[in-house]
Design a protein around this ligand. Sequence first.
Ligand code: MN
Length: 231
Amino acid sequence: MKLAIEAPPLHTLTVAGRDERFPVNRVFCVGRNYAAHAREMGKDPDRDPPFFFMKPANAVVDATQPTSVPYPPKTINYHHEIELVVAIGRGGRDIGVASALDHVYGYAVGMDMTRRDLQLEARDKGRPWEFGKSFSRSAPIGPLHRVQEVGHLPSAAITLTVNGQPRQSSDVSKLIWSVAECVAYLSEYETLEPGDIVMTGTPEGVNAVVAGDVMLGAVAGLGEIEVRVAR
Ligand code: MN
């Protein structure tokens, strides 16, 4: 096939312990999926159906090694959100909750970096969240650990520190909507494809970072990632 312009780069993630890489298709993100975080964002936590927003594939940054992300333009309130990341290995639609985890390839530690001022302005005006959430290099993600190696994670500590100071600390067992429920629900609206990524939401403690800050994010069983905020 002859392309009219140079093909855009493929964005991939490291697979722990393998020499093959995971190609990233779409990045779906769940909003307000921990009660204490919903409260800190000024919303009542509830069991309303989950809601999703997306990031482009070029949001993904391989954080297998200590890495950095640029401080993005047009914000003065750039926030960290530590999240459990789910990689879809097998596509499907109308997937039931009981079989949803069969579609998971693996898990990783990730950060949903957010221009909070732009997100809240958009939210309060009833506009899309794109400028707050969906920008380049806004999703550093560590190596993917395959389900056959680590199993599933019904509970696991999830933490983030900034310059060594604790900021976020919770457990993935506190997800309002579990991984299986998120995958099943999403698949009713969109046929899932291999390579899709689901970022499952962040616990309480989100806060701002500035250039020079070093974030350490971890999920027990999946290791940790080190991400520096560049200028
Ligand atoms: Mn998030």
